[in-house]
Design a protein around this ligand. Sequence first.
Ligand SMILES: O=C(O)CCC(=O)C(=O)O
Ligand SMILES: [Fe+2]
Length: 226
Amino acid sequence: MLIEIPAVLSPAEVAAVRARLAAAEWRDGGGTAGHLAARAKANLQLGADDPLGAELGNAIVDRLSAAPRFIAAALPLRVLPPRFNLYTGAGAYGRHIDSAIFAVPGLRERVRSDLSATLFLSDPDEYDGGELVAEFGLSRERVKLPAGHLLLYPATSVHEVTPVTRGARYAAFFWVQSLVRDTHRRAMMFELDETIQALTAQLPDSPEIVRLTGLYHNLLRDWADT
Ligand SMILES: O=C(O)CCC(=O)C(=O)O
Ligand SMILES: [Fe+2]
């Protein structure tokens, strides 16, 4: 399931991030992929130790922790520090699957990637190609979101970024370990959450809302690992 979280950053915030990134020190991105994924990868990235990347990444994580739709959809337990990438000049990232476990720079704990996330930092009319294509069985979903919007997709899915044949595609990307590791269960929690929100708007005094909310938390109690 692909989930869009709109307007994580405003247009003015995107412009400010882009101005900083334009002057950043971009490196070949192949170095940070696993050995199979590296063969498919032709892009540029900020180094993991780049202070600019750390500063901008922290600002994005702060923003996410105040984004109710992100919290409801991802049920985040741990969020890896966002990294930044740039595709231009036919750069692409061919079909691959993301690593299951990531080390957190400077920390002992490791993070399991349940969800993959791309925060688009270029608008679709700034480049051709550069679609994120995620495969689910026989179907393929192709996505390109406005700048400032976030795409969440299950880290279990094979995906690719198609060649950028005009312009440049900037993005932040990161992984989330969820309280609920199973994609299907997490999707049901999100559906229940949204249903409760909608019902609360329509029938704020209904005692059934309390019962449904109880069900939500009791399911989460059963399914969450912390
Ligand atoms: O640039 C993107 O949208 C996704 C990047 C990606 O798949 C990765 O870094 O593993
Ligand atoms: Fe990936």
